[in-house]
Write a new protein. Structure first.
Length: 624
RNA sequence: GCCCACAUAGCUCAGUAGGUAGAGCACACCCUUGGUAAGGGUGAGGUCACCGGUUCGAUCCCGGUUGUGGGCUCCA
C-alpha cells in the first residue's frame, strides 16, 4: 500500500482492479479520485446519503450510496456540476494513517464503513471486498483515510495529489442504477452512480463515439433490422423466435459443426425434451439445479416431468444402454439438443441470455489414459472454429474448485479434484494453449476450461465450456471393462465449443456487424433487373445459381435500380448482381460487392464458381 | 428475483396544460423503364401495451399487470 502511494505517476505502471483487470496507475488515480469527488458532491447535495464503496472501473468509476431515494437524471446533472466545481477548486488529496479507534469515530454514522473497518482489522478484505494480498493473514495494523476539501473517506489509495490533475471536461456521469451491498441480493439495496473518466476530453469524446458505434452493432438492433430473430409477448420472455434469415444461420452453423464433429469421430444422437423427475434426481440436478429449471409438469398419475436444462443425463443413458469395453472408448456423443433453463427475468438479455437454447453439445467418455488427448482435441476444435470465424480475442480460463466449497458447491473429494485439475493443466500446457487459473469457478462435478470471447463492441461473455466430470458417471453407474477384465468408471468430458445457437449467433451478429461472410449470409446474392424486360433473365440466372447451391433472390419490385441497391446494401447482402441489356446479351451479371466495389460484368458461370470456392473454404473475404 | 426508467402505426419518433392522434421510412395502387446507396403521386395502417381507479370525459393523472432497457447476481 505504502509503496503504491510512493510510486510516481506513470502510465507505464499498471495497477490491478476488478477481477484480473489492469489499468495505468495514472488513470486509476484520476478515476479513483473522481469517485471521492463524486461522494463529496453527493453527500453535500444529499446529506442523508451514506457513501459505501467507489472503485475505478473499465472506463471510469462508480460509487454506491445508501440512500432512501434513488437518484434521478436531474440529480446526476447537479452532482456532475458540483463535482466540476470541486475539481476546479484545485484541492489537495491528503493521506493520513489512523488508528482503528479513530477510524471508528470518524465513520460512526456509517454502518457500511464500519463493516469495512471490521474487515480490514480482521485482515480479511479490503475496501473493495477483495482479499488483501499485501497484509497476508495478519490484521491490517494501519488504516488510511484520504481527505479532499471537506470530504474524508476510508481508502487505501492511491489518489492524485491535487484535483488540478483531473481535467474538468474529461469526465461525465452517465447513469444511476441499483446494486446490492457486497453484491448480495440479501443485503440492502444501494444506489450506484456510474461515471466515465479519462485524462483528456478527446479521450472521453472518443469513448462516447465508440459507444455510439457499439449501439449500431448491438445484436438486438441488428437482429430486428436484418430479420434474424424476434421476441413476442405472447410467446414469453427469453424465448427467441428464429425468422427465416436466422434459420439459415442456424442451418449453416449446424452443417459446419456436424462436418467438424464427423471428422473428429463424434456420433450424433437425439434425445427427448421432457423427462421424468427420476433422471434429474440421479444426475444431481435436482434439487441442486432446480432453481434454474422450469417447474415440473404433473401428470394425472402423479408422475412429475421436467423439461431438460441439459443433455448430459440422456447421453449417460445412451452410454449405459449396453456394456462397454475399453475398446469402445473414447465414445463421443454429440447432439444439437434444445434445452430450457428458467433464468431469472432480470438476467435475460437479447440472444445472449435466454430461456430456450440449442446447445452444440457433446459428451466424450474416455479412460484416464485417453483424457489428455481427448481434452486437447476439444481445445483444438475450439481453435479451429476461432480461425474460421476470425475470432482473435479470446481468453481461456481454467476454473478450479475451492476447498471451502467441498461438500457444498463441489463434490466432496479433494484428491480427485487435485488430480483432475492437474490433468487439465497438463493437457493445456502440452498443447501450448495459453490460459489462466481461477479458483472457485468450477462446475460441481469437476474443473473446466471456460472460453471468454469479446464481441467487436467489447461485450465479454463465456462462449463455451470444456468440463471434466469425474463424479456423475459414477452416479449413473457408468462402467467399462478394461483390459484386465476389471470394471472401471470412465471420465466424461462435457463440451460445447459453439456454446448455444442463441449466444453464438448473438455474438456473430456483433462480430460481423451483421455483414456475414458469404458462406453464412442468409441471402448471398440479389439479382437486380434494371428494367422490367430483364426480370425474366434474372429469374433464369437465379434458378441457375440456386442449382449451384447458392441462396439468391430476385428484386423485381417497381423501384429504380439505385433504390434496390440501397435496400440490398442495408440488408448487408454480399453480392448485388445488376442486370441490363448488356448482361442479358452476354449471359453475364454485373457484380457489385457489399463493400461498394463495382466489379463490372462477368459471365454467370465465372461468378458462381468464384463464390462457390469462397464458400467451400468458409472464407471471410467477399472476393479473391 | 431486486432497484430504477421506459411502452404512441411494421420501424424510428412527434404530440395532447385531460376533449379518443401525426411525420418520415416501410407497405398497397398508379405514373415513371431508370446502369451501381432513396424518381413522383395517391392510399391504407393505431382500443396510444394490458387491467382497474379518479373524472362529465383518460393515450395523458393514480394503482396494478405484462414486456423491454440499464444495473446487481449467475451462466452457454
Amino acid at each position: 500500500m505504502n509503496q503504491l502511494s510512493a510510486l510516481k505517476d506513470d502510465d507505464e505502471v499498471m495497477i490491478a482492479y476488478g477481477k484480473g483487470k489492469r489499468m495505468p496507475l495514472a488513470l486509476y488515480k484520476v478515476r479513483h479520485s473522481l469517485a471521492h469527488v463524486m461522494a463529496q458532491a453527493v453527500t453535500e447535495l444529499f446529506p442523508q446519503a451514506k457513501p459505501t464503496i467507489g472503485p475505478p472501473i473499465e472506463s471510469g468509476f462508480y460509487y454506491d450510496f445508501y440512500t432512501p431515494t434513488p437518484f434521478t437524471p436531474q440529480d446526476l446533472e447537479r452532482i456532475e456540476a458540483r463535482m466540476r466545481e470541486i475539481v476546479n477548486k484545485h484541492v489537495d488529496f491528503v493521506r493520513r494513517e489512523v488508528s482503528e479507534a479513530e477510524a471508528r469515530e470518524l465513520f460512526k454514522d456509517n454502518p457500511f464503513k464500519l463493516e469495512l473497518i471490521d474487515g480490514l482489522v480482521r485482515g480479511a478484505a479490503d475496501e473493495m471486498g477483495e482479499q488483501t494480498s499485501a497484509a497476508g493473514d495478519g490484521a491490517a495494523s494501519v488504516l488510511t483515510v484520504y481527505t479532499q476539501d471537506t470530504f474524508t473517506d476510508l481508502c487505501r489509495g492511491p489518489h492524485v495529489n491535487n484535483t488540478r490533475e483531473i481535467h474538468p471536461d474529461a469526465f461525465k456521469l452517465v447513469q444511476s442504477s441499483s446494486a446490492y451491498w457486497r453484491g448480495d441480493e440479501k443485503n440492502p439495496v444501494l444506489q450506484r452512480i456510474y461515471g466515465l473518466a479519462f485524462h483528456t476530453p478527446e479521450e472521453l469524446q472518443h469513448h462516447l463515439k465508440m459507444q455510439e458505434e457499439a449501439r449500431k452493432r448491438d445484436h438486438r438492433k441488428l437482429g430486428a433490422e436484418l430479420e434474424i430473430f424476434m421476441f413476442d409477448d405472447e410467446v414469453g420472455p427469453g424465448l427467441p423466435i428464429w425468422l427465416p434469415n436466422g434459420g439459415v444461420l442456424i442451418e449453416q452453423l449446424e452443417a459446419l459443426a456436424k462436418k467438424m464433429e464427423e471428422d473428429a469421430g463424434y456420433l450424433r444422437v437425439r434425445t427427448p425434451h421432457v423427462t421424468k423427475e427420476a433422471l434429474f434426481v440421479r444426475s444431481g440436478h435436482l434439487p441442486y439445479y432446480a432453481e434454474s429449471m422450469f417447474p415440473p409438469m404433473t401428470l394425472d398419475d402423479g408422475e412429475r416431468y421436467y423439461i431438460k436444462p441439459m443433455n448430459c443425463p440422456f447421453h449417460h443413458k445412451i452410454y449405459a444402454s449396453k456394456p462397454r469395453s475399453y475398446r469402445d472408448l473414447p465414445l463421443r456423443l454429440a447432439e444439437y439438443g434444445t434445452c430450457y433453463r428458467f433464468e431469472q427475468s432480470g438476467e435475460l438479455f437479447g440472444l445472449m441470455r435466454v430461456r430456450s437454447m440449442q446447445m452444440n453439445d457433446a459428451h466424450i467418455y474416455c479412460t484416464e489414459e485417453q483424457f489428455e488427448a481427448e481434452f486437447l482435441g476439444v481445445v483444438n476444435l475450439y481453435l479451429k472454429y476461432f480461425e474460421i470465424f476470425g475470432i482473435e480475442k479470446y481468453v481461456m480460463r481454467l476454473s478450479l474448485h475451492a476447498d471451502a466449497g467441498l461438500g457444498k458447491k463441489y463434490v466432496d473429494n479433494r484428491p480427485l479434484w487435485l488430480k483432475t485439475e492437474e490433468m487439465v493443466r497438463r493437457a493445456m500446457r502440452q498443447g501450448n494453449v495459453p490460459f489462466y487459473e481461477a479458483e472457485d469457478e468450477a462446475a460441481f462435478y469437476g474443473p473446466k476450461i471456460d472460453v471468454q470471447i469479446y464481441s467487436a463492441i467489447g461485450r465479454e461473455f463465456t462462449l463455451a465450456t470444456n468440463q471434466v466430470d469425474f463424479a456423475v458417471p459414477a452416479r449413473f453407474n457408468l462402467t467399462y471393462v478394461d483390459r484386465d477384465g476389471q470394471e472401471k468408471t470412465p471420465l466424461c468430458i462435457h463440451r460445447a465449443p459453439l456454446g448455444t445457437h442463441e449466444r453464438f449467433i448473438g455474438f456473430l451478429i456483433e462480430h460481423f456487424a451483421g455483414a456475414f461472410p458469404p458462406w453464412l449470409a442468409p441471402v448471398q446474392a440479389v439479382l437486380i433487373p434494371i428494367a422490367d424486360r430483364h426480370v425474366e433473365y434474372c429469374q433464369r440466372v437465379a434458378r441457375q445459381l440456386r442449382a449451384e447451391g447458392m441462396r439468391v433472390l430476385v428484386d423485381d419490385g417497381p423501384e429504380r435500380m439505385q433504390n434496390k441497391i440501397r435496400k440490398a446494401q442495408l440488408s448487408k447482402i454480399p453480392y448485388m448482381l445488376v442486370v441490363g441489356d448488356k448482361e442479358v446479351q452476354s449471359e453475364a451479371v454485373s457484380v457489385r460487392l457489399r463493400s461498394g466495389e463495382d466489379l463490372k460484368s462477368q459471365p454467370v458461370g465465372e461468378f458462381a464458381a468464384r463464390v462457390k470456392a469462397l464458400v467451400a473454404r468458409y472464407a471471410l473475404a467477399l472476393w479473391e
